[in-house]
Design a protein around this ligand. Structure first.
Ligand SMILES: Cc1cc2nc3c(=O)[nH]c(=O)nc-3n(C[C@H](O)[C@H](O)[C@H](O)COP(=O)(O)OP(=O)(O)OC[C@H]3O[C@@H](n4cnc5c(N)ncnc54)[C@H](O)[C@@H]3O)c2cc1C
Length: 319
C-alpha cells in the first residue's frame, strides 16, 4: 500500500509526486495515458522513410518562478529541454519532444501508465481507488487531472473539491499535425493568430532537437474548435489546414501526412491564486493548471503547492 496515490501523471501530478517522494513518502502514480505526456504530448509519424515528431499539445513553456527555473536548468543540463527563441525570449521546449521532461520526472518514480481511475471510495483503511481490474488503497489520494474530469471522479467521494473543479470551464482545441515533402514558403517558424480560426501554428521540425521532414502543428482557436468539435478528425484536419493556408497566405500544398487530435479540455480558465486544495480531514487533494494558471509552469506550481500542503499537514499531525 502506498502512503499516497496520485491520479494523473501530467506536470502537476509528477511535480507533487517528486516533492513527496523526496520527503520520504511512498508514492504510486497512475495515469490513463499509454505513455508520458498528458497535455505535453508528442507523437511520431513515418514520413518518406523518416520519423518526424509533432508536439500536438503544449507548444513551449515559460520558467519565471525561481524554483521552476532551477528545475528547467537541470532539464537543460541533461538535454531534456532547450530554449526556443522562435517563440520568444523566455520560451523553452522539451527535447527531443515536449514530453521529455515528463518522461524524465517519471523515471525515478513508480508511475503506472495505461491505468485509468474509475471510482474513489473511502473505507476504514483509507482510500480505495478502482482502476479497471485493479484496486489501489492509500491513506491519501491526490487527483491531478483536468478540472472537468476531476469533477466527475470526485463527485461522490469529495463533493466540495468536485464543486471547485466543476466550476471551471476549459476551452477545447483541435490540433492538426501536417507533414510536407518540402519546406513551406513561410519565413517564420511560428504563426500567432490573434483572431480565429487559427490561434497558433509552428514548424515543429524547426524546434531544437528535432530532425526530419517539414512538420507543422496547427491549433484552432477555441471558437473554431467548438464549431468543428463533432467532426471526424480527418475532416477537421482538412478544414483546419485550409484555414492555416488562408491565415498565413501560404499557397496550399498537399501534405504527405495529415492527422488531428481533439483536446476537449485544452486550456482552463484558471482560478488565479488558489494553487491547490487539500482536505486534511479526508486525506484528499487536487492540483492542476486550472488551480493556478493554464500553462505548464502553472501546473508545476500547482503540484508543488499541493505537495507542500500535504507535507505541512504531515508535520502538524506528528508534532
Ligand atoms: C493544445 C494545447 C496547447 C497548449 N499550449 C501551451 C503552451 O504553449 N504553453 C504552456 O505553458 N501550456 C500550454 N498548454 C497547457 C499545458 O499543456 C497544461 O497547462 C499542462 O500541461 C497541464 O498539466 P496538468 O498536469 O495540470 O494536466 P495534464 O497534462 O492534462 O495531466 C493530467 C493527466 O491525468 C491523466 N488522467 C486524466 N484522467 C485520468 C484518470 N481517470 N485516471 C488516470 N489518469 C487520468 C491524463 O492522462 C494526463 O496525463 C497547452 C495545452 C494544450 C492542450
Amino acid at each position: 500500500m502506498a502512503d499516497i496515490l496520485i491520479i494523473g501523471g501530467g506536470m502537476a501530478g509528477l511535480c507533487a509526486a517528486t516533492a513527496l517522494a523526496e520527503a520520504g513518502q511512498r508514492i504510486i502514480v497512475i495515469d490513463k495515458g499509454r505513455g508520458p505526456g498528458g497535455r505535453m504530448a508528442a507523437r511520431r509519424a513515418e514520413l518518406a522513410g523518416e520519423t518526424v515528431s509533432f508536439d500536438h499539445g503544449a507548444q513551449y513553456f515559460t520558467a519565471r518562478d525561481p524554483a521552476f527555473r532551477e528545475v528547467v536548468a537541470a532539464w537543460e543540463a541533461s538535454g531534456a529541454a532547450a530554449r526556443w527563441p522562435a517563440a520568444g525570449d523566455g520560451a523553452w521546449v522539451g527535447t527531443p519532444g515536449m514530453n521529455t521532461p515528463i518522461r524524465a520526472m517519471a523515471q525515478p518514480l513508480d508511475v503506472r501508465w495505461g491505468v485509468r481511475a474509475d471510482a474513489l471510495s473511502r473505507t476504514a483503511a483509507g482510500w480505495r481507488v478502482a482502476a479497471g481490474e485493479q484496486t489501489f488503497t492509500a491513506a491519501t489520494v491526490l487527483v491531478a487531472v483536468p478540472a472537468e474530469q476531476a469533477a466527475v471522479l470526485l463527485a461522490d467521494a469529495a463533493p466540495d473539491l468536485a464543486m471547485l473543479a466543476g466550476g471551471v470551464e476549459s476551452a477545447p482545441c483541435w490540433a492538426v499535425m501536417a507533414g510536407f515533402p518540402a519546406p513551406l514558403p513561410y519565413t517564420h517558424d511560428t504563426f500567432r493568430g490573434d483572431t480565429a480560426p487559427v490561434s497558433w501554428a509552428a514548424r515543429n521540425s524547426a524546434k531544437p532537437g528535432r530532425s526530419g521532414a517539414e512538420a507543422w502543428v496547427i491549433h484552432a482557436s477555441p471558437a473554431r474548435s467548438r464549431e468543428l468539435i463533432d467532426l471526424p478528425k480527418d475532416e477537421a484536419a482538412k478544414a483546419l489546414l485550409a484555414d492555416f493556408f488562408a491565415a498565413t497566405g501560404v499557397a496550399p500544398a498537399v501534405p504527405q501526412h495529415l492527422d488531428a487530435h481533439r483536446w476537449l479540455y485544452a486550456l482552463p480558465e484558471a482560478r488565479k491564486g488558489e494553487g491547490a486544495r487539500f482536505d486534511p480531514a479526508l486525506g484528499i487533494g487536487i492540483a492542476g493548471d486550472y488551480l493556478h494558471s493554464p500553462r505548464v509552469e502553472g501546473a508545476w506550481l500547482s503540484g508543488r503547492a499541493l505537495a507542500q500542503a500535504v507535507l505541512q499537514e504531515r508535520v502538524a499531525s506528528t508534532s
